[in-house]
Ligand binder design. Structure first.
Ligand code: PAN
Ligand code: ZN
Length: 185
């Protein structure tokens, strides 16, 4: 017999990204990303240390089966590692047929989406909705001075594959221009 999930309800604060209630809260620290930034860990970033939290993800837990969807919020803090803006690790979905919806609630960011040789960069501001099609790796970057807050919804059986991006990166990186803007290289 198929067990039906009961409806879930949470309060998601659009300014802070905090969810109440939530089931899981993941904090990603600089020390969790030894291979993602060009400049390595601490070079040129005296205010940072291994324990600096770069971003956090709140999720409601849903059984990982086809047909269900997982709602989550990402809070990507502002800052630089060397000249690169704080960013998420970025991943492919293990299930390459799993797409995702991103909806920006607060802040100024970019969403990198990559497939084969193509890397597309889209701006995310409050109220931007982006459909990440199946098969595209995706990474968020905070290019503003406040938290970047995103609501994302993805298929519960998507799974996350981080290895390829950790090893090969995205074809584009986002650097500070030394003032308030950014440079895509
Ligand atoms: C998002 C991401 C979240 C954190 O919920 O998982 O922004 O990024 P990383 O997973 O790359 O660390 C999502 O795309 N889920 O599928
Ligand atoms: Zn995803």
């Amino acid at each position: 017999m198929v067990e039906l999930l009961h409806p879930l309800l949470s309060n998601l604060n659009p300014d802070t990204g905090l969810m109440d209630p939530y089931d899981t809260h993941r904090q990603v620290r600089l020390g969790d990303m030894p291979n993602h930034y060009l400049s390595g860990h601490l070079h040129g970033s005296s205010a940072l240390n291994q324990d600096t939290v770069l971003y956090e993800v709140f999720e409601l837990s849903v059984p990982e089966k086809a047909g269900d969807m997982i709602p989550c919020s990402t809070i990507l803090h502002p800052g630089l590692v060397g000249d690169e803006f704080f960013m998420t690790k970025g991943h492919f979905h293990k299930n390459r047929e799993a797409a995702e919806i991103y909806y920006c609630l607060h802040g100024e960011g970019l969403l990198l989406m990559q497939q084969d040789d193509e890397c597309i960069v889209k701006q995310m501001n409050q109220q931007t909705l982006i459909y990440v099609p199946a098969g595209w790796a995706h990474r968020s970057v905070n290019v503003g001075s406040e938290d970047l807050v995103i609501l994302a919804v993805y298929p519960a059986d998507a799974g996350h594959e981080y290895g390829f991006i950790e090893k090969s990166g995205f074809a584009k990186r986002i650097f500070s221009n030394g003032e308030k803007g950014y440079i895509v290289k």
